[in-house]
Design a protein around this ligand. Structure first.
Ligand code: GLC
Length: 662
């Protein structure tokens, strides 16, 4: 049962789309204090665990730290970072009580989950203007299902988006892209997508293509399609300020960019230099921005990634002016008296500063709303702009779309990737831990930059990370300019990569089915073991294994120089290893702790008792995957119902999409 409590005058985030019963007063879940904004407190008993917060940092069980919903472009996902790119304010308490809470508030919010006091959960925000949804149910999954139902069906990508994608910030010319594709085809490494980072644009201007590097862009997109590969360009939030650039000129003329209090346009420097932000919270501006995707859609593009949409600000005109003034003052005083820390502090705080977020406004149905009060909705609405536009442009067709920043509600329009991680072993584990939290909040099409975005990677790290990535809906190797190149062909023994990525394709019938099931029944594709084995003391504490679909458990290796790992089996399972010669190693293992050996070029998977999963034969693109002739692996006598469709349409409920195999 879901109840809605309205405090003050909430901004309508449109996160919840189903009608929910409104209750007056305060729920009994905790105590409320409105003396200084909004403060919700509830005691935490020793056995309580707290789940949720989607794209937040750290563990699956969120207890023991403090998290902030404050969408931020922070490429340093250290353990102490309190806010990353997303604001997903849904938490679930289990243990002495069972309740789900969604704090629908679009600005800065703090979740102190046993940090200040181990026995206290406290959720605070500055203004007591929010909707609180309290969800009761029989089990964590029951609560999550109800919550997910209330926020609307999760985005469903086209089937090709379940293939493998190669990306790198730095690919510039047609030749660069052709090389990527050629290498994959030469070594029989499957490939469905190549991502185009900012360099495909002219001077980083959205909805332009560098004509020198791509004289016939549509022709090039088709050439790649003929190779079975789709090009997926990036779109950034900021629109470059440049005379003669039609998107900029139109936006200014129509008043579709965010303004300051005095009516001047707000200017923020990002990759293209100074830009204006499209006012995606304004319906007309959102439609206008979305319509621009047509420029690329008309040239054959079927997928996009939306970036820098926290929105990221390197510096603003105002911030830079203040910094320059400070430097001028310092210069006057002479070098002996440099207030070093003050100067460094000012320069370091130029980016993504809260002061800047308070300098501009959105026009929401005629009301001017200061950005910081709705900050966490920007990425959501930028992606919504695209999603709504695709539905107008090509009704009934699925597009690939994912975003860096998000709020709950955006899960209806696209997926997300988890931003600028690093080539660190700990980030494989962070990637795994985020998956169930994201699913709880509606985000099913998710994935991390496999191999790590920042820092120099290593061959073993890429392989181990890919062996987790074979299970994540978005499977993409992406890295930053200036770091060690990490396409498979940069390393020895390319056949190892061909094998690991190949396993993904053999699993697509299973993964696609698990995804569709999760999307169509408001279920999670990845669950913590705690949700499936709540009575098992050991299982509820596991943070480095996940349940996948209804039939599998995954337990990737995430430490260097390991030849395997310890895994806990909460029930009898079949241990399956995809061996490099294409065969399978299988062993039935009893409930309990085991050490399993997994070589760098193997992919481990566990199948639950009395279950089986379908396997396809190897293929190099999703399109050429033979989904009609499947084999199975698992327990004798088990059957599995496979979902399949044409990969683009939206008639998901058609019973013809389901086939049961034994
Ligand atoms: C941001 C994105 C990253 C991209 C880079 C350049 O850092 O998160 O994925 O490569 O910008 O566009």
């Amino acid at each position: 049962m879901i109840s809605k409590y309205i405090f003050g005058h909430p901004f309508d985030t449109e996160a919840v789309v189903e009608a929910v019963e409104i209750k007056s007063g305060c729920p009994e879940t905790g105590t409320f204090d409105f003396s200084d904004g909004f403060c919700f407190t509830c005691p935490l008993e020793k056995e309580d665990r707290v789940y949720g917060l989607g794209g937040a940092n750290r563990g699956i069980n969120k207890r023991g730290y403090v998290y902030e919903s404050d969408c931020s472009d922070n490429p340093n996902h250290h353990e102490d970072v309190r806010s990353l790119y997303a604001a997903h304010n849904f938490i679930l308490l289990t243990g002495s009580r069972l309740v789900g809470l969604f704090f629908d508030y679009p600005s800065f919010m703090r979740f102190d989950i046993g940090y200040t006091r181990q026995d206290m959960l406290q959720v605070t925000c500055k203004e007591a203007n929010l909707n609180l949804y309290v969800i009761e149910g029989d089990s964590p999954l029951d609560i999550i299902r109800q919550f997910r139902h209330s926020i609307g069906r999760s985005y469903i990508p086209p089937k090709f988006a379940f293939g493998f994608g190669q990306s790198r910030w730095g690919y510039k010319t047609r030749e660069d892209f052709r090389t990527v594709v050629k290498k994959h085809r030469e070594h029989h490494v499957p490939l469905d997508m190549v991502y185009m980072d900012i360099d495909y644009m002219q001077d980083y201007m959205d909805f332009t293509v560098n004509e020198e590097n791509f004289p016939d862009f549509a022709g090039f997109v088709q050439e790649m399609k003929d190779e079975g590969v789709r090009m997926i360009p990036i779109i950034d939030a900021g629109v470059k300020i440049k005379e003669g650039y039609s998107v900029y000129e139109e936006g200014v003329e129509k008043g579709y960019f965010c303004q300051k209090e005095d009516g001047e346009l707000f200017s923020a420097a990002v990759w293209p230099g100074y830009t204006h932000f499209p006012d995606v919270l304004n319906k007309e501006a959102r439609a206008w921005f979305g319509d621009h995707y047509r420029f690329l859609v008309d040239q054959g593009i079927e997928g996009f990634w939306n970036d820098m949409n926290e929105p990221s600000i390197f510096y603003s005109e105002e911030g830079m002016k203040e910094a320059m003034e400070l430097v001028a003052q310092i210069e006057e005083k002479g070098q002996e008296n440099v207030p070093f820390f003050q100067m460094m502090g000012k320069l370091q705080s130029l980016s993504n500063s809260h002061e800047d977020y308070a300098r501009f406004y959105h026009n929401v149905d005629g009301a001017m709303i200061r950005h910081d009060k709705v900050h966490n909705l920007f990425g959501y609405n930028m992606t919504r702009a695209a999603g709504e536009a695709f539905a107008r442009m090509v009704p009934g067709k699925r597009f690939l779309l994912f975003s860096r920043s998000s709020y709950i509600g955006m899960h209806r329009y696209g997926g997300i990737w988890t931003g600028d991680n690093k080539s660190w072993w700990s980030h494989i584990l962070l990637n795994l831990k985020m998956l169930p939290s994201l699913n709880m909040c509606g985000f099913l099409y998710v994935g991390a930059d496999l191999g790590g975005f920042g820092c120099d990677t290593t061959r073993d790290l890429v392989l181990r990370w890919l062996a987790l990535g074979v299970f994540t809906p978005l499977m993409r190797n992406h890295s930053a300019l200036g770091t060690r190149e990490q396409e498979f062909y940069q390393f020895e023994d390319p056949q190892d990569f061909a094998h690991v990525i190949g396993v993904r394709y053999r699993l697509i019938p299973y993964l696609y089915t698990a995804y569709m099931k999760a999307a169509l029944t408001d279920d999670m594709m990845f669950k913590p073991l705690a949700f499936v084995y709540p009575e098992d003391e050991m299982a509820v504490r596991i943070e480095d294994q996940l349940m996948l679909g209804d039939e599998c458990m995954i337990a990737p290796v995430y430490t260097q120089n390991a030849d395997g790992r310890v895994v806990y089996l909460p029930e009898r399972m079949m241990f399956v290893k995809f061996l490099p010669d294409g065969s399978l190693y299988t062993e039935i293992m009893e409930k309990g702790l085991h050490y399993v050996e997994v070589a760098l070029n193997e992919v481990p998977l566990f199948i639950r008792e009395n279950c089986c999963i379908p396997l396809a034969d190897a293929a190099e693109t999703v399109e050429t995957l033979d989904t009609k002739h499947l084999s199975t692996v698992g327990f004798d006598g088990a059957s599995f119902t496979v979902y399949d469709d044409d990969g683009f349409g939206m008639e998901y409920e058609d019973p013809g999409h389901y086939t049961t195999i034994k």
